[in-house]
Write a protein that binds this ligand. Structure first.
Ligand SMILES: C[S@@+](CC[C@H](N)C(=O)[O-])C[C@H]1O[C@@H](n2cnc3c(N)ncnc32)[C@H](O)[C@@H]1O
Length: 320
């Protein structure tokens, strides 16, 4: 049974087990970065706390993720040990969902997974450990990046220390202007042509409308305001997700785009708009309400591709 144009509520590690193997053409996803990750579960109370914080604030600086270590503080051996254990835990968790994504992807199927510059290596290793091989690491260059680290000079000055003069311009980190998108592929069937002829996937739509050849840096993506009802705190720009869909998924309803960490559904909206099939999974029910609303507000842009009805599924059936 083909599963498409549906959104499931649940933990993708469980929901994906029920998906047929070799059914997904491309997975484009933005999993929680490690600093949003607590143990093996997405923590609903933490989500609520952050949503409130973002709602009351116009500044992204207030949205510094806890545990990201960006705000300074103690860096002793115990801290490093905890950080080390935490990142390995995260890598292990990534392997659990990656294993299922591998199974459901078609041979030659591509996964594009976002993460921060500090944590992407662990996502990449997890994806490789379950059988994918790495094709590239794209740069999504944002239109801005706010310095979030410790301004050493200001801190010394605040403490009344005379050294502040010689530390002018020194900070604890650089301005973070890009996010990483690791691109991995399930092994091909023999070669690119056989895979493409059999499964219709495995290649990049690399020549842009203006004739330029797409590089592995994606930039000049305009900033977008979240829709009124979209209160999700990590929404990706729709134009960016459309770019990835166009780059990785041939234009046909026969191709299903999977996003196992749908959030507010930007990947799914992009896929629908561009006439591809989609399937999403999201663990927080109230985000699924946002996805529903966004999907029903989205029309298929290419009218030659038929629009099929969208359905919502609960996982496990009827439990939520
Ligand atoms: C970074 S956000 C994705 C945001 C999305 N790109 C957007 O534009 O709205 C990651 C999402 O994964 C969800 N999530 C976390 N753990 C999950 C799991 N095990 N299964 C499914 N969804 C999960 C979180 O609730 C969160 O909404």
């Amino acid at each position: 049974m083909v599963i498409k144009d549906q959104v499931f509520i649940g933990d993708c590690r469980e929901v994906l087990r029920e998906f047929p193997e070799n059914s997904i053409s491309v997975c484009i996803t933005d999993p929680p970065y490690n600093y949003e990750f607590i143990g093996h579960k997405w923590d609903a109370a933490e989500v609520d706390r952050r949503l409130k914080r973002v709602q009351d604030s116009n500044t992204l600086v207030k949205n510094i993720p806890y545990g990201s270590g960006l705000a300074g503080g103690v860096r002793n051996a115990r801290w490093y040990k905890r950080v080390r254990e935490n990142i390995l835990d995260y890598q292990h968790w990534c392997r659990e969902w990656a294993k299922e994504v591998f199974r459901v992807c078609k041979p030659g199927g591509i996964v594009a997974a976002f993460n921060s510059t500090r944590t992407i290596a662990h996502v990449q290793i997890a994806l490789e450990k379950v059988g994918f091989y790495t094709r590239d690491c794209l740069v999504y260059r944002r239109s801005s990046g706010i310095p979030k680290g410790l301004n050493v000079q200001a801190k010394l000055k605040e403490k009344g220390l005379p050294e502040h003069q010689q530390w002018q311009g020194w900070h604890s980190c650089l301005r973070n202007e890009w996010e990483a998108i690791v691109v991995v592929q399930k092994p091909l069937m023999n070669n690119y042509l056989d895979t493409m002829l059999q499964y219709g996937v495995g290649l990049f739509h690399a020549v842009n409308e203006d004739g330029s050849f797409q590089s592995n840096i994606i930039e000049n993506i305009p900033r977008e305001k979240n829709g009124k009802y979209n209160v999700h705190c990590t929404v990706k720009p729709l134009v960016l997700m459309e770019k990835l869909v166009d780059l990785l998924v041939p234009a046909s309803k026969e191709h299903i785009v999977l996003d196992p960490f749908s959030g507010s559904g930007t990947t799914l909206v992009a896929a629908k708009k561009l006439g591809r099939s989609y399937v999403g999974i999201e663990i927080v029910p109230k985000y699924v309400e946002i996805i529903n609303q966004r999907l029903s507000d989205t029309a298929v842009e290419n009218r030659s591709l038929s629009e099929e009805p969208y359905t919502l599924k609960l996982w496990p059936e009827g439990k939520l």
